[in-house]
Ligand binder design. Structure first.
Ligand SMILES: NC(=O)c1ccc[n+]([C@@H]2O[C@H](COP(=O)([O-])OP(=O)(O)OC[C@H]3O[C@@H](n4cnc5c(N)ncnc54)[C@H](O)[C@@H]3O)[C@@H](O)[C@H]2O)c1
Ligand SMILES: [Zn+2]
Length: 387
C-alpha cells in the first residue's frame, strides 16, 4: 500500500532545483531534481518546446495518485495544450500491442513533427513513451518525468527506450535521448515501499561501481532516504545521476564497454528475472539487489577483490531488508543449471562468452569476459541451498 501522503511542498517556497547536465554535444540535456517540480513543470519546460502542444503518456496508477493532475495544471497554466494518453500500469504495457495502439492514438490526434511527448511514470512508461517518440513521424522530442526511484536514478536518463519481445525483455528499442528530465522527489511519497526498495538497489549499484565514498555515505544515509528524508533523497538521486550522466557521456551507445559497468549485478539479475517470468512476482531492482551481492562474491572467489567487501555490501542491503540471497527472491531458490542456461540466453552474450561486471573492491568495477564456468557454477550451487 502507498504510504500516507504528506502535504505537497509549496511551489513558491520550494528551494531551487539541483541541475545535472548530460553532455552529449548537440543532444545534451538538463536533469532538474527537486521537491515540488511537478507544480512548476510548465514554466521549466515551456522554453524547451518547439510547439506548446504535448502528448502526455502515463498510466492508471499515476492518475489515482494525483500527480497527473498536478502536472496538467502546471502545463495548462503555462499555456501548453496537452493530450492525455493512458496505458495500463505494469510491465505488460511494454508490448507491441500497447505500443501500436498508443502510436495510432497519437496519430489520430493529428500529431505534428514539432510536438513533444512527455512520459510521466516509472520505467515502463519512460521506455514505452520514449520508444513511441523515437518512431513517431521518424522521431519527435520527448521529456522524461520519472516517478519511481528506479526511473529517477536510472531508466529516465541515458536514452535507452524500448519494449519487450516474446524472446526476451527490451529486445526491441532505440536510443532516443530526452530533451530534458524533470525529477520531483515529492512523488516518491506515494510509491509503495517495495518499489522504493527495488529502486534503491540501483542507487547502491552506483557506489559499488565507481564511488566508494558514496557507498560509505549510503551506509548511514540510506535509512533516511527510504524513510522520505528530503535532503537524503536529493543527495542520493543527484549523486546517482552524476555517475550515470558521466558514464553515458563517455559511451552513449555502449560500444567501448564503459557503459557496461552500469550492468553490475545484472547478469545474475536478468537470469533470475528470466526464470521467474516477468509477471510482477519479482521486481527488477530486487533481482539486482541479489545480483550485486553475487557479483561481489564471484569477484572474491576469483581473487579480484577481498571477501570483506562482498560481506560489507551484503550486510548493508540486509540491514535495509533487501534481498541478498537467491532464495529471498523466491522460496525454491534458483537451480544452478537453470541460472547458467538463462545466462547463456542473455542478449549481453558476445561470441558465446558471458559478460560479467566484477569489482576489485567497492567503487572499482570492471568488465570481465573470461569468467571460468566452474567458478561461476560453484558459486551458484553454494547459494542455491534453500533454508
Ligand atoms: N531504459 C533504461 O535504461 C532502463 C533502465 C532500467 C530499467 N528499465 C526498465 O524500467 C522498467 C521498470 O521500471 P519501474 O521499476 O519504474 O516500474 P514501473 O514503471 O512498472 O512502475 C512500478 C509501479 O509503480 C507505479 N508508480 C509509478 N510511480 C508511482 C508513484 N509515484 N506513486 C505510486 N505508484 C507509482 C506504476 O504505476 C507501476 O505500477 C522495466 O521495464 C525495465 O526494463 C529501463
Ligand atoms: Zn537495472
Amino acid at each position: 500500500m502507498p504510504s500516507e501522503p504528506r502535504p505537497l511542498p509549496d511551489p513558491d517556497t520550494a528551494c531551487e532545483p539541483r541541475r545535472i547536465d548530460v553532455a552529449l554535444g548537440k543532444r545534451s540535456y538538463p536533469i532538474w531534481v527537486g521537491a515540488g517540480l511537478l507544480d512548476r513543470a510548465g514554466e521549466r519546460l515551456g522554453p524547451l518546446l518547439a510547439l506548446p502542444r504535448v502528448l502526455l503518456v502515463t498510466d492508471e496508477t499515476l492518475i489515482a495518485t494525483g500527480h497527473v493532475e498536478r502536472l496538467e495544471r502546471s502545463l495548462t497554466a503555462a499555456g501548453i495544450a496537452l493530450h492525455r494518453l493512458v496505458v495500463p500500469a505494469g510491465e505488460r504495457s511494454k508490448s507491441m500491442t500497447v505500443l501500436g495502439d498508443l502510436l495510432e492514438r497519437m496519430l489520430a490526434l493529428g500529431v505534428e513533427r514539432k510536438m513533444t511527448v512527455i512520459a510521466l511514470g516509472g520505467g515502463v512508461i519512460g521506455d514505452l513513451a520514449g520508444f513511441a517518440a523515437a518512431v513517431l513521424l521518424r522521431g519527435v522530442d520527448f521529456v522524461q518525468i520519472p516517478t519511481t526511484l528506479l526511473a529517477q536514478v536510472d531508466s529516465a536518463v541515458g536514452g535507452k527506450t524500448g519494449i519487450n519481445a516474446r524472446a526476451g525483455k527490451n529486445l526491441i528499442g532505440a536510443f532516443h535521448q530526452p530533451r530534458a528530465v524533470l525529477i520531483d522527489t515529492s512523488v516518491l511519497d506515494t510509491l509503495p515501499r517495495r518499489e522504493l526498495g527495488a529502486g534503491y538497489a540501483e542507487v547502491v549499484k552506483y557506489g559499488c561501481i565507481l564511488d566508494l565514498s558514496f557507498f560509505e555515505w549510503l551506509q548511514t544515509g540510506a535509512a533516511g532516504l527510504l524513510a522520505g528524508d528530503e535532503e537524503a533523497r536529493v543527495r542520493a538521486i543527484c549523486r546517482s545521476l552524476e555517475i550515470k550522466a558521466e558514464v553515458v557521456a563517455q559511451d552513449e551507445h555502449e560500444t567501448t564497454g564503459h557503459r557496461a559497468l552500469l550492468n553490475f549485478g545484472h547478469t545474475f539479475a536478468h537470469a533470475y528475472e528470466n526464470i521467474a517470468g516477468y509477471g510482477g512476482t519479482l521486481l527488477h531492482g530486487e533481482a539486482v539487489s541479489v545480483g550485486t551481492v553475487q557479483a561481489a562474491r564471484l569477484s572474491a572467489a576469483l581473487g579480484h577483490a577481498p571477501e570483506g567487501d562482498a560481506e560489507r555490501l551484503r550486510a548493508h542491503l540486509d540491514s535495509l531488508g533487501m534481498p541478498t540471497e537467491p532464495r529471498h527472491l523466491r522460496e525454491e531458490g534458483f537451480k544452478a543449471d537453470a541460472v547458467l542456461e538463462a545466462m547463456s540466453r542473455d542478449k549481453k552474450v558476445e561470441g558465446g562468452r558471458l559478460t560479467f561486471v566484477l569489482w576489485r573492491g567497492i567503487g572499482r568495477a570492471f568488465v570481465d569476459r573470461t569468467v571460468p564456468i566452474d567458478a561461476l557454477e560453484a558459486l551458484l550451487i553454494e547459494h542455491d541451498r534453500v533454508g
